[in-house]
Ligand binder design. Structure first.
Ligand code: DGY
Length: 329
């Protein structure tokens, strides 16, 4: 008989489930190959001691209230926790944990994949070849923009932003970054810290790495897009709601921006209809952390976090302790 009643909202890599078996003696899991509806989430999470969830599960005040009488921890298998009303959870006695660090390099790789693909028109070129339209080398075919020796603007200088900056040295790029706090790692690379508007006006490539908060929602709005350097490329692997997609589509269609590479969307999984017909935007299905190794590490970390809170052990990945718990405000 399992000591704790734990629910996993969707299949995760086996290594994570193994931790739950070993640490907690078992768990219940959503056996459907899809995210749960809101009603299903409430029904399945009610009466549990802990829940291991994904960024597609939205825990707002109403969902949390339904779980609060028993639940002690929600372990998000993601670094971002904008899908959880973290303050409400803490006030209801539910700790929230996440999986930072383990996905840093993999997400930075994807940001670079999008940056290069957008600059060198890889998506468009691939569609062209598959459509049988490649009839021979052409001096004017698919001319993109150089990446090397250009200026990279990093918005949000946390772990992933710094990892994106590290990769830029191989491309001899100048780095600008903007963040409320200086980044020792980026500073050591010779990067220049500046304000957002300054960065947007000077960077050839802008890569977004901010968490979604009240401050960053629609941070890249129509006005800010207009301030971006003409011919610049925008890359977003953070959260879709940081960018005004309609304004971005207008800037891409009108030619103010050369291209964009997007992994995340305002109303995921919906893609703004104005983006879909555009050749100069590379669209990925939120796969920033999607390597086998990283998803396994995230699953193990999420399971470890869940077990640690339930067993009263220390975890470094507490986004917000439950009110009244050690470390709570
Ligand atoms: C996260 O962890 O926040 C990522 O978006 C998942 O890929």
């Amino acid at each position: 008989m399992a000591e704790f009643d734990v629910y996993v909202t969707r299949r995760i890599p086996e290594a994570g489930l193994e931790v739950l078996r070993r640490e907690l003696g078992g768990f219940s899991i959503n056996s459907l190959d899809r995210a749960l509806s809101r009603a299903e989430l409430i029904e399945n999470c009610r009466g549990r001691d802990g829940v291991l969830c994904l960024l597609t599960d939205r825990f707002d005040r109403e969902v949390l209230t339904a779980m609060a009488s028993r639940c002690r921890v929600i372990s998000n298998c993601a670094a971002g926790t904008d899908n959880i009303a973290v303050d409400d959870a803490a006030a209801m006695g539910i700790a929230v944990t996440n999986t930072p660090g383990v996905l840093t390099e993999t997400t930075a790789d994807l940001a670079w994949a999008l940056l290069l693909a957008a600059a060198r028109r890889i998506g468009e070129a691939e569609r062209f070849v598959r459509a049988g339209r490649f009839v021979g080398w052409d001096p004017m075919l698919m001319l993109g923009t150089d990446v090397h020796s250009k200026t990279l603007g990093i918005v949000g200088a946390g772990r992933i932003g710094a990892a994106v900056g590290r990769r830029a040295s191989g491309f001899s790029m100048r780095i600008l970054y903007c963040d409320e706090r200086p980044s020792a790692e980026l500073d050591a690379m010779g990067a220049e810290r500046c304000g957002l508007d300054d960065l947007l006006a000077r960077a050839d490539f802008v890569s977004l790495h901010v968490p979604l908060t009240g401050k960053t929602r629609r941070m890249i709005n129509r006005d800010r897009i207009a301030r971006m350097k003409s011919g610049a490329v925008l890359v977003n692997t953070s959260r879709g709601q940081v960018v005004d997609e309609a304004a971005l589509a207008d800037a891409l269609r009108g030619g103010h921006l050369a291209a964009a590479g997007l992994d995340v969307y305002e109303e995921e999984p919906k893609i703004h209809p104005a983006l879909l017909p555009l050749e100069n935007v590379v669209l990925a299905p939120h796969i920033g952390s999607a390597s086998r190794e990283t998803r396994e590490r995230m699953a193990v970390m999420a399971a470890d976090n869940l077990a640690a809170v339930l067993k009263g052990r220390h975890t470094l990945n507490l986004v917000r302790p439950a009110a009244g718990a050690p470390g709570a405000l």
